[in-house]
Design a protein around this ligand. Structure first.
Ligand SMILES: *Cc1c(COP(=O)(O)O)cnc(C)c1O
Length: 401
């Protein structure tokens, strides 16, 4: 039996089967490339769901991690540390927000945003005890905690996990009339993704965010954007909401690429007025804001700025989209996306995108199907034109008539 198969068998016997990975065992990553245990090389078109926007093992991020690891890694928030302040200062500057609250995983940051919105609702807006409502949109993905799946419309994510967290109202995505109808005097917030990633790279109408923000402002409800996947350059802007005018959120949620895939680092950002609902003792995390994660986060943000990754994503994403559109294939229903965040939706009669992802894997391209019929293309943003050309050739080979 091959070493690779032994590793897969061991993993399958000891690890819960909550994922269905492609049959490949990775052991090394550099930039846009990863290698399996047999020495085969692949172009990573998933980037760990956009956590590795800066490329695998970026030397500057790894150097920052090594340097900090030898000094101090965890202080808890019972004491100050000398890394968190400068990390959050950089992040606030980039997002043009007053303050940030650091957590670790994306789902924790989502939970933090929900807590902030509810507390703001009771203490600032004046909603009566336990009446706060938060509007969520169909086919969202905000993580896997009980509260995150309580917001979900996806049966697969929810089945037999109830009872769920109360206080959410589900409306259609890309529908501002539904939003207006759903708002009551108890509504404290709307939370959504500016492009729905897990749902299959669903891009809303070009002025949807602007109109949504306006409705939220007029009704005194917080506009919360989950940019855990779309943020930090992925869609061709530093943050996806910047594609539209006057669409900045009241609470911005970031994670994933915030650490360049090196460590779990997430945060919410907001105005001082909103963030001041947090007072000592009411919320926290042992690892949130730890000096190792903060040093890594600062380095990861600097790489995004120094290497113009948002601009790169914009230019190369347009280039990739145009090249994909030239593929002659009746298997393709639609190609859509912004920046290097592109979905190829396949005809449902083909029985799902999984088989095509496996075929691409054999050609040296790692992709993952999302919502059954969509191939998601989200390579590290440091990719160049030549590698995109090669990528498109492989995709064309697999999808052509
Ligand atoms: C990945 C993701 C999350 C959850 O992040 P975790 O780090 O896996 O908890 C939440 N929202 C969006 C939009 C995501 O893409």
């Amino acid at each position: 039996m091959s070493l690779q198969q032994q590793i897969i068998d061991q993993t399958n016997s000891r690890s819960a089967h909550n994922y269905n990975p492609l049959p490949i065992v990775l052991t090394k990553g550099r930039g846009i490339w990863v290698w399996d245990t047999e020495g085969n090389k692949y172009l990573d078109c998933l980037s760990a769901y956009s956590a590795v926007n800066q490329g695998h093992c970026h030397p500057k991020i790894i150097a920052a991690m090594m340097e900090q690891a030898e000094k101090i890694t965890l202080t808890s928030r019972a004491f100050h540390n000398d890394q968190m302040g400068k990390f959050l200062d950089k992040l606030c500057h980039m997002a043009r927000m007053d303050m940030a609250l650091p957590m670790n995983t994306g789902a924790e940051a989502v939970e933090t945003a929900i807590k902030a919105a509810r507390k703001w609702g009771y203490e600032i807006k004046g909603v009566k005890d336990n009446k706060a409502e938060i509007i969520v949109v169909k086919n969202n993905f905000h993580g896997r905690t009980i509260t995150a799946i309580s917001m979900s419309s996806e049966a697969e994510y929810r089945n037999n996990f109830g009872p769920f967290t109360d206080g959410f109202k589900l409306i259609d995505y890309n529908d501002t009339t539904a939003l207006e109808k759903a708002i009551t005097s108890n509504t404290v917030a709307l939370i959504m993704e500016p492009i729905q990633g897990e749902a299959g790279i669903i891009v809303p109408d070009h002025d949807y965010l602007t109109r949504t923000k306006k409705i939220c402002t007029e009704n005194n409800i917080l506009f919360i954007l989950d940019e855990i996947q779309t943020g930090l350059g992925r869609t061709g802007k530093l943050f996806c909401f910047q594609h539209e005018k006057n669409a900045s959120p009241d609470i911005l949620i970031v994670g994933k690429a915030l650490s360049g895939g090196v460590y779990p680092v997430s945060a919410i950002l907001a105005s001082k007025e909103i963030m001041d609902v947090f007072t000592p003792g009411i919320h926290g995390s042992t690892f949130g804001g730890n000096p190792l994660g903060a040093a890594i986060g600062l380095a990861a943000l600097n790489v995004i700025l120094d290497e113009n990754l948002a601009e790169r994503s914009h230019i190369l994403g347009d280039y990739l989209l145009r090249k994909l559109e030239l593929i002659q294939s009746n298997k393709i229903i639609e190609i859509r996306g912004k920046g290097l965040f592109i979905g190829i939706e396949l005809d449902k009669s083909l029985g799902g995108a999984r088989a095509y992802c496996e075929a691409l894997m054999k050609k040296g391209l790692l992709c993952k199907e999302t919502h059954d019929h969509v191939i998601r293309l989200a390579p590290p943003l440091i990719i160049d034109k030549q590698d995109i050309d090669w990528m498109v050739d492989q995709i064309a080979d697999v999808l052509k008539d």
